[in-house]
Ligand binder design. Structure first.
Ligand code: DX5
Ligand code: ZN
Length: 229
């Protein structure tokens, strides 16, 4: 995985057909997805339950791009190896998930993965200031995590602040929640490069009608890139 700051669209399979993940992943990649975003929820850190390591392992052979695994779980550390074995490329933990995010970032990298750190809307940019040298991605949540299809919460100031704090470090800024062609330009202009989109990508399409996924991905990408001038 090489680093660059070009706009990357990462569809969240939380909005896919849950009976058909393999074909859904293949469809979004064929339609231009740059990464595949996998939302792991534990019914404890967030009020919803999704994928354990065996499910993520089953997705792996279908993902030809980058499998971006977003852990909305606590504790994190006991599960790092299991998600590494399941084939995650990037493993992102929440800074709110425990008191030792620094150790968690070290452990994710020690397992051979890229390490991401996510911030809830109520958490300030400064919470990750001392993690930036241990981190490959900062995920700025623009909804309270737990569900797809929620309304975008404007975190533009936080993104701008993080972009300045990151400086020349090879650290991605990812936006997660409520990203669509209207909101994408705001966060792209502030310095985000990875845009997670669930409902905005899967809306109106299907494995039988995958062109809609392509049109939806292109609409988000074009809107974001137009903000970069
Ligand atoms: C929210 C998840 C998001 C979510 C995005 O807890 O982390 O990845 O699925 O979905 P949309 O794009 O529908 O807000
Ligand atoms: Zn997510």
């Amino acid at each position: 995985m090489s680093f660059d700051r070009s706009i990357k669209i990462a569809p969240s399979i939380l909005s896919a057909d849950f009976a058909n993940f393999g074909a859904e992943i293949q469809a979004i990649e064929a339609q231009g997805a740059d990464w595949v975003h996998v939302d792991v929820m534990d019914g404890h850190f967030v009020p919803n339950l999704t994928f354990g390591p065996p499910a993520v392992k089953a997705f792996r052979p279908h993902v030809k791009t980058v499998m971006d695994v977003h852990l909305m779980i606590t504790p994190v550390d006991p599960y790092i190896q299991a998600y590494a074995d399941a084939g995650a490329d990037i493993l992102t933990a929440h800074v709110e998930a425990g008191p030792h995010t620094h150790r968690t970032m070290q452990a994710i990298r020690a397992a051979g993965l890229k390490a991401g750190v996510a911030l809830n809307p109520g958490t300030p940019a400064e919470a990750v200031e001392h993690l930036l040298d241990l981190t490959d991605l900062v995920c700025v949540m623009t909804v309270n995590p737990g569900f797809g299809g929620q309304k975008f919460i404007d975190m533009t100031d936080k993104v701008r602040k993080l972009r300045a704090m990151i400086g020349d470090r090879p650290v991605h800024i990812e936006i997660d929640g409520g990203v669509d062609p209207k909101t994408a330009p705001l966060v792209a202009a502030a310095g985000a490069d990875v845009l997670v989109a669930g409902s905005a990508v899967f809306k109106g399409g299907s494995v039988q009608n995958p062109d809609v996924y392509g049109q939806n991905i292109t609409a988000v990408r074009n809107a974001a890139e137009s903000a970069l001038g």
